[in-house]
Ligand binder design. Structure first.
Ligand SMILES: [Cu+2]
Length: 152
């Protein structure tokens, strides 16, 4: 091969290789919460090709965080009750999320009426077809504020 063919060959090789790399794709999700201790969604679907989720939690109510604060926590449905119970015993300063707890797959801070918060998490720790539940871990809220997260 002559040297003038080296560069085109190199470019062709790179182009052929590029699609083999997993394309990063951030998927946006929004969920609202309110003064009536409710989320506006019972299910969140994440497409299988999303490598990352950017979730925005809004609080459309007017009550302050100390009275009617909400967060968004993701866990497996199997761990829901134990995690919600443990989180509910934590002080407000912790955002009701136990630090370093492997059962917490993703968690936002607690917000009050008129506020919003965004969190980003990778889908690499989710299994396609796995059974996941999102909930609000503010004490007493999870029985009303929960839903399914479906990946895949
Ligand atoms: Cu709540």
């Amino acid at each position: 091969m002559s040297s003038k063919h080296v560069l085109p060959c190199l470019i062709a090789a790179l182009l052929a290789w590029a699609p083999l790399q997993a394309a990063a794709k951030t998927c946006n999700v929004a969920i609202d919460s309110n003064d009536a201790m409710q989320f506006d969604k019972k299910e969140i679907r994440i497409a299988a090709d999303c490598t990352q989720v950017k979730l925005t939690l809004r609080h459309t109510g007017a009550l302050p965080a100390e009275v009617m604060g909400h967060n968004w926590v993701l866990t497996t449905t199997a761990n829901l009750e134990a995690l919600a119970t443990a989180a509910g015993k934590l002080p407000a300063s912790s955002d009701h999320v136990p630090k370093g707890d492997a059962r917490v797959l993703a968690a936002s801070k607690v917000i009050g009426g008129g506020q919003s918060t965004t969190l980003t998490f990778p889908t690499s720790m989710l299994r396609k077809g796995g059974d996941y539940t999102f909930f609000c871990s503010v004490p007493g809220h999870w029985s009303m504020m929960k839903g399914k997260l479906v990946f895949g």
